[in-house]
Design a protein around this ligand. Structure first.
Ligand code: HEC
Length: 164
């Protein structure tokens, strides 16, 4: 031993190697975790490679030929009666809710007007401008109050006790 370079013993060398190997494995595991986390970030639903069902669905689109159409004067998709102004009603009255909310309601012109005012005051319905009278005419014509199905409640009746 002429020079005084520090020399590590074979035992120390072996210990170093063990630590080194361990650190390498930890690095591999850490990289693996990062890869999984990043993959999940970009594909939260998992790696969707497509299923047989999806392929079949895109090949055979299930489109009802009547869906966009008009049958017996009714626009099938919305249920609106097709008459003057119906497209204005479709354009203005189905943005926030279903057309069913319109077609299931009945009111005279004043009633429809007050519903529109209520929506304008509380639901951010826009100003219908010059379309408003056309829309009101349409609604009052096709969604007017129907004849009452039941007679009015009886009043002024002299009730009597049933004999047992
Ligand atoms: C900016 C959104 C918006 C637009 C556009 C809109 N509405 Fe509404 N409307 C609403 C909201 C919100 C309600 C309440 C819904 C509920 O109660 O679920 C409503 C409720 C209704 C109701 C039910 C009222 C009741 O008393 O039950 C009718 C009828 C109606 N709207 C008709 C129309 C008509 C006709 C038009 C077109 C002129 C129209 N809506 C356009 C927001 C809108």
């Amino acid at each position: 031993m002429s020079d005084d370079k520090p020399i590590i013993s074979p035992e120390q060398r072996a210990a170093y190697d063990r630590v080194n190997t361990m650190l390498n494995r930890l690095t591999l595991v850490a990289v693996g975790i990062v890869v999984v986390v990043v993959t999940l970030m970009f594909f939260p639903q998992g790696l969707d490679l497509g299923t047989a069902d999806q392929v079949a669905a895109t090949e055979v689109p299930e489109v009802d030929p009547l869906e966009e159409g008009i049958v017996d004067g009714i626009h099938v998709e919305t249920g609106f009666v097709v008459d003057e102004g119906w497209e204005l009603v479709r354009a203005n009255c189905t943005a926030c809710h279903s057309s069913k909310l319109v077609t299931q309601n009945r009111a005279d012109r004043a009633g429809w007007e007050s519903m529109i005012r209520w929506m304008q005051e509380t639901q951010k319905l826009w100003d219908l401008g010059e379309n408003e009278p056309i829309i009101l005419d349409y609604l009052a014509k096709h969604y007017a109050p129907q004849r009452k199905g039941r007679r009015a409640r009886l009043t002024h009746i002299e009730w009597y006790e049933l004999e047992p």
